[in-house]
Structures are given as structure tokens and as C-alpha cells.
Design a protein around this ligand. Structure first.
Ligand SMILES: Nc1ncnc2c1ncn2[C@@H]1O[C@H](COP(=O)(O)OP(=O)(O)O)[C@@H](O)[C@H]1O
Ligand SMILES: [Mg+2]
Length: 495
């Protein structure tokens, strides 16, 4: 039951929620139980007093004799006194003939209702409730008759009493049932409260376990003392911790590697700067400064690569940012950016593509992937060589290839080169060893993987990334309306 004073979004304590749901129904049940008690108490209270009333009627009736159809009454004064001797209630009686002639007792006492559907029997004692002089009355009455006596001449004996005693008894019964509830219900609430706080204790304990943990502690939480209901929660939490731990370790390794890699260009820069300080010849000084500038360029490139890798890996460019795109168009654009550099190096950079190479992916990342593979091919191919970029596709796949006839790669190296900071010949060329790691990371984000293999043509290397082809979703199946349309158009059968 949500508290109207609290907004819909505010958190509710589980404790309060359960307590509310257990106690609120009790508030409805309580008045109901009081009503039932009242009803039954009245029934119970009537019973003994009704019995006494019947006996009074029977006693009076015994004093009335019918002699030859005429009533003869013999009611001693002591009997009358006895009738009147009630402490709490007023008691009335009368003996009358059906036509209203009073034989004894109180004249004003109302007569029994003229019989409805069921004719009353002589000798039977009946009971009824009525009102008389503003008082509630309980009346017991009977009819006295001889066989073959006409109904008009029957004698009626009635004894009535006010209902004070009965009300008092009923109230006593109700009180004796309700009063203990005033103690029992608060006691029950307290017990429920107590039980709940005990029952929820494992939850508190779990919270404390988590709260008092070391900030860096990613070890799993022990499920030994956790109740059954909380176990899935704790297990899910532990799985999350495990993933976090792996992530943190990867990050730490990455930062350590990155720092190590940054040190090399920075040391180089420092040496060059110290060299320049000592230089007096303006030409030599300019040369030294130019070297420093290109050293800064390299360091800048490394930083950019590190950033790309960190971003790709962190899943920052999430899967939902993928769009449907034409890979051959994307590769063509990227190749164009590299044409001038290829010409500078004296390498023939070519592009071959089949139309309609549709995939889903992230354009920024895919451009980064193509850039790195083309950069490598140009970097590890000497002047006069050839580099060809290809986009091919069949029903299921779209393949991106960069084919070169440069220095090539051995089978053993072809796996290792995808590792971060791994370079085949560190001294012979410049680079960070991050390019292929970035390529692989991006490929994985696109549910694919990249390979770099010795070129089957004999010379150079062949880089390959195989993507899953995208197809437009099939049109929805025809609705019954479409069928009837078809049916109408086809010629009627048998004509
Ligand atoms: N097209 C290629 N031909 C020959 N070797 C390559 C080619 N591409 C990559 N390699 C090898 O793989 C290594 C790792 O490449 P990469 O991760 O891009 O780092 P980097 O280019 O910075 O050295 C390179 O050092 C190089 O030896
Ligand atoms: Mg590279």
C-alpha cells in the first residue's frame, strides 16, 4: 500500500510495505468481527430469558380453566407479585378473550397480531418483539381453547417484559470478547513487527557486508549465509563484480603499457632537446628542432591511438549507435584520403568494390579500421609496390581486404601482431604496435574478426575482415485482406 504522502518514485522500505499489507487488512477485519460478535451475543442473551418467559406463560395458563367453554381464573396474589418482582425489567401480563374482554392483568398490553398465513395452534407458546409505550418488549403468548371452540372465543395469555436485562447481557458478552482484543491486537502488531525485523535481518546483514567493504575489494560475496531468496541477487552481483574486476585489470594493464610506450618518444624528445640546447650553428639548430617537431607528431599519434583503443574497448560507442551503411562507399572515401601519401611513397594504391556491400556498423569506427589497415599496408610496402583495397560480398558476408606486395608476414607472427604494442621489427620501422589491436577491437564490436596472413599471391600480406551482410527486413506476411484481393483478381475456377 503506497503512502499518499510520498511521491510515486520515492523508495519505500520493504519493512514498511510488508507491515502495511499485513496490518491494513486487519483494520477491515476488526469491525467485521465486532458486528458478528454483536449478532451472536444477542442470540445467546435472548435464550435463557425467553425460557423464563415461556415458563411464566405456562404457569399462568395452568391457572385458567375452561368450564363448559367459560373461563375460570384462579390467580393468587402471590403469583402476581412474583411476576412483578423483577429488579431490572418491567413485566406485564394479561389474560383476555379474543374479542378483547380482560380477565386479568394489564389491559393496555397489545394483542397478538391477527394470524397471517399460518393459523396459531392452541397450547403452543409463541414469542414476538414489539414496542409498547416507547419501550421494546419481548412477549411470550399462548392460546387456550377447547376442542370445537370457535376461534373468536379462544383465550389469550400473554407475558411481556422489557429488554433491559437482555441488552445488558448481550453487551457484557460483546465486551468480554472485544476487550481482550484491545490487548491481543497491539500484541499481535508487536509480534509481527518483531518477526519482520528478525526476518529481514539477513538483508540488513548483507547490506552491512557490502557497506563495510574496502572500496577496491572486488572479490565475490560469500553466498553461504545468504537466504535462498537473496541468493540469485547476490550471484548476479558477484557476476557483475567479476566483470568489473576483469575490466579494472584490463584498464590497469592498458595504462601501464601506455605509460611505458609514452616513455620512449618522450625520452627521445628530451635527448633531442638537450642536443639542440648545445647547438650553436643555426642550420643544425633548425634541423634539431624539426626532429623535435616530428617526434611530437609521433607522440601525438600514439596518444590518439591510445584514445581510440580506450574508447572502443570501453564500449563507449555502443552497439545501438550502429547504422546500416554501404561499406564499399566508406572504404572508397578512406582510400581517397590516402592517395596523396601513396603517391609520395611511390606506391600504387588501388580500389576495387562490388556495389551494395551493406552492413550494420559504426561509420566512425569502421573508417578507423580501414585507416589502420591501409596505413600498415603503405608502411610495410617499399616504394614501387602495390596496395589494393577490396570490398566483396555474397549473400551472407561482406569482406574487406587490403592486399599488398610488401615485406609480408610470417605465419607465426600473424597472430601475435594483433596484440597491443607488439611489433615485428621494432628497430626497422616506426610505430606503436597499437594499429592492429585497434582493428581487432573494432572488428569484435561488429561481431567479426580481423586476420593478417601471408599473401597467397606469393609476396606481401593480406589483411581481411569478414562482416555479416545486412538485408532489408522481409515484407510482412500478407494479411487475409491481401488474400481476398488475390482471389478476386484470379479468374473463377471452372470458367
Ligand atoms: N601489411 C603488413 N605487412 C607486413 N607487416 C605488417 C603489416 N601490417 C602490420 N604488420 C606488422 O604487424 C605489426 C603490428 O602492426 P600495428 O599493430 O599496426 O603496429 P605498428 O604499425 O604501429 O607497428 C607491425 O609492427 C608490422 O610488423
Ligand atoms: Mg600500424
Amino acid at each position: 500500500m503506497s503512502n499518499p504522502l510520498q511521491g510515486g518514485d520515492t523508495e519505500r522500505s520493504l519493512f514498511g510495505e510488508i507491515l502495511d499489507w499485513m496490518l491494513a487488512p486487519l483494520l477491515f477485519v476488526w469491525p467485521l468481527s465486532i458486528a458478528f460478535t454483536h449478532y451472536f451475543a444477542n442470540n445467546v442473551a435472548n435464550y435463557p430469558y425467553d425460557q423464563a418467559l415461556r415458563e411464566h406463560v405456562a404457569a399462568i395458563t395452568r391457572q385458567v380453566k375452561l368450564v363448559g367453554g367459560k373461563p375460570v381464573l384462579n390467580l393468587p396474589a402471590s403469583a402476581r407479585a412474583l411476576l412483578r418482582a423483577d429488579e431490572t425489567d418491567n413485566v406485564y401480563f394479561h389474560v383476555v378473550t379474543q374479542d378483547g374482554k380482560l380477565l386479568a392483568g394489564d389491559k393496555e398490553l397489545p394483542m397478538p397480531p391477527s394470524s397471517g398465513d399460518e393459523a396459531p395452534l392452541a397450547g403452543e407458546i409463541y414469542l414476538r418483539d414489539t414496542e409498547f409505550n416507547g419501550q421494546d418488549l419481548r412477549i411470550a403468548y399462548t392460546y387456550l381453547a377447547e376442542p370445537q371452540m370457535s376461534r373468536e372465543r379462544w383465550i389469550v395469555v400473554e407475558v411481556a417484559e422489557t429488554t433491559e436485562k437482555r441488552t445488558q447481557l448481550a453487551n457484557k458478552i460483546v465486551a468480554s470478547v472485544i476487550l481482550p482484543q484491545f490487548i491481543i491486537i497491539p500484541l499481535a502488531v508487536m509480534l509481527v513487527w518483531f518477526g519482520l525485523s528478525r526476518g529481514l535481518r539477513p538483508l540488513t546483514r548483507l547490506r552491512q557486508t557490502i557497506e563495510t567493504r574496502d572500496p577496491g575489494d572486488l572479490s565475490p560475496i560469500a553466498t553461504r549465509r545468504v537466504p535462498e531468496e537473496l541468493e540469485p541477487l547476490v550471484e548476479a552481483f558477484n557476476e557483475m563484480l567479476e566483470r568489473m574486476k576483469k575490466n579494472v585489470e584490463a584498464q590497469q594493464r592498458f595504462v601501464a603499457d601506455a605509460a611505458h610506450q609514452m616513455r620512449t618518444p618522450l625520452t627521445g624528445l628530451k635527448t633531442q632537446a638537450q642536443f639542440a640546447i648545445r647547438e650553436t650553428d643555426p642550420d643544425a639548430l633548425r634541423h634539431a628542432l624539426r626532429q623535435i617537431a616530428s617526434g611530437v607528431d609521433r607522440a601525438g599519434r600514439l596518444v590518439n591511438q591510445l584514445l581510440t583503443l580506450a574508447r572502443t574497448e570501453g564500449g563507449e560507442v555502443a552497439q545501438q549507435q550502429h547504422e546500416v551503411l554501404d561499406l564499399s562507399q566508406l572504404v572508397r572515401d578512406t582510400v581517397e584520403d590516402w592517395v596523396m601519401i601513396a603517391i609520395d611513397k611511390g606506391i600504387d594504391l588501388g580500389f576495387e568494390a562490388e556495389k551494395g556491400a551493406m552492413i550494420t556498423g559504426n561509420a566512425f569506427l569502421l573508417r578507423e579500421l580501414a585507416k589502420n589497415l591501409i596505413d600498415n599496408a603503405l608502411r610495410y610496402t617499399p616504394s614501387g609496390g602495390h596496395v589494393t583495397c577490396r570490398v566483396l560480398h555474397d549473400q551472407q558476408h561482406v569482406v574487406f581486404e587490403v592486399d599488398d606486395d610488401g615485406v609480408g608476414i610470417s605465419e607465426e607472427q600473424s597472430e601475435l601482431v594483433f596484440e597491443r604494442f607488439y611489433r615485428v621489427d621494432d628497430a626497422a620501422s616506426e610505430g606503436s604496435g597499437l594499429g592492429l589491436a585497434i582493428v581487432q577491437e573494432i572488428a569484435v564490436q561488429h561481431d567479426s574478426s580481423a586476420t593478417l596472413k601471408p599473401n597467397p599471391q606469393g609476396r606481401g600480406a593480406l589483411a581481411r575482415v569478414v562482416f555479416v551482410a545486412w538485408h532489408p527486413p522481409p515484407p510482412p506476411p500478407p494479411t487475409p485482406d491481401d488474400f481476398s484481393e488475390l482471389y478476386r483478381q484470379s479468374p473463377p475456377i471452372g470458367s
